[in-house]
Design a protein around this ligand. Structure first.
Ligand code: CP3
Length: 318
């Protein structure tokens, strides 16, 4: 959950010299940044430093980061759609796969490396909205008024992302995470009808790749049941739901990841310790648990507090 990022002074140091996009396109720097939290925090896995939106390079779509992403020409009309290119991310986003290899070399098997992509709906939403959104009027407008076009775009996007994830596995990632960060924009019925079947296809494809998959469907506790039904190895749980309740919904036979509110790290040490333990206590009801934040870490987090959190988790039950 953005464990490499702006809350780390060593990350800001590198970012003072290169832009975010240059950073994502320079494999050796990606590896350096990916490893920064491993050294400082002692976390048990590395997540590839990149972004879900760089895949637009395979579609001929320009995106800028300032630092929030913005697309120059959002895809809204039939003519916009006709202009899209559906390239091969293994070629057009080769720099990400090179970054995977650089990370693996630099990690030297110290911890596993997690690759990732945005889910079809979240990725397509950025393409259509052009930037972060409050009401998602363009993507939902397309979904409701031109369902056939929406469906076709979701199919093409899913295929592109499957190829991309396959490339990441070939390049050496040990696990994959899919971020459906914008799923909460939809009602459960609309997620079921318009999004779930595409996600399911992606999950089934990843099953053939031979690495475990974490599915993170964010923003709506009402989608947790559907998220579990995707059949991914690990069900990511965001911070908005009580963890014990989440485990009850997905079933005690499933592996869960989550779900501390990242902003808790802005609080005092005593609170961090207490809330982390509450998550770990609740997780006893699950088959297995990957401790994690329930969304991206805040840039205002004191790295010492993040380290304290890791130490609390590692010391739990010892
Ligand atoms: O988790 C990690 O440590 C790996 C790196 C990673 C980044 N983005 C780095 C990043 C990952 C996994 C992502 C995924 C991502 N990107 C998602 C899905 C996860 C989520 O947060 O829901 C989304 C929606 C994006 C799109 C995106 N990229 C946004 C909204 C922003 C702005 C973030 C902000 O805090 O302002 C980015 C830029 C971005 N991606 C940064 C980082 C470290 C900050 C850029 C900078 O250094 O200036």
């Amino acid at each position: 959950m953005r464990q490499a990022g702006r809350y780390l002074p060593e990350y800001r140091e590198i970012r003072s010299k290169v832009s975010f996009l240059e950073l994502t396109k320079t494999p050796e720097l990606c590896a350096e940044v990916t490893l920064q939290p491993i050294d400082r925090l002692d976390v048990d896995a590395a997540i590839l430093f990149s972004d879900i939106l760089v895949v637009f390079d395979a579609m001929g779509v320009d995106v800028h980061f300032n630092p929030a992403p913005e697309i120059e020409r959002p895809v809204r009309t039939a003519a916009d759609v006709a202009r899209l290119r559906w390239g091969d991310p293994r070629e057009d986003v080769r720099y990400v796969l090179d970054a995977v290899q650089a990370c693996k070399r630099a990690l030297a098997e110290r911890v596993p490396l997690i690759g990732f992509c945005g889910a079809p709906f979240t990725t397509l939403s950025y393409l259509v909205e052009g930037k972060g959104s409050r009401d998602y009027q363009h993507i939902k407008g397309m979904m409701f008024s031109e369902p056939a076009l929406f469906h076709r775009l979701m199919e093409s996007m899913t295929e592109l992302l499957c190829t991309y994830l396959g490339g990441q596995v070939e390049a050496g990632v040990d696990a994959l995470q899919v971020f459906d960060s914008w799923a909460g924009a939809l009602s459960p019925a609309d997620y079921r009808e318009h999004v779930w079947p595409h996600m399911r296809r992606l999950v089934e494809h990843v099953r053939t790749l031979g690495v475990p998959l974490i599915a993170f469907v964010r923003g709506n506790a009402n989608l947790l049941q559907q998220s579990a039904e995707l059949g991914a190895d690990v069900i990511g749980v965001d911070w908005t739901i009580d963890f014990a309740q989440a485990i009850e919904i997905v079933g005690s036979d499933r592996v869960v990841q989550g779900n501390l509110d990242p902003q808790i790290l802005l609080g005092p040490e005593e609170l961090i310790e207490r809330r982390a333990r509450a998550v770990l206590d609740a997780a006893k009801g699950a088959r297995a648990h990957i401790f994690n934040l329930g969304h991206g870490i805040s840039r205002y987090t004191d790295p010492a507090k993040a380290r304290l959190l890791v130490d609390v988790v590692h010391g739990y039950g010892a």
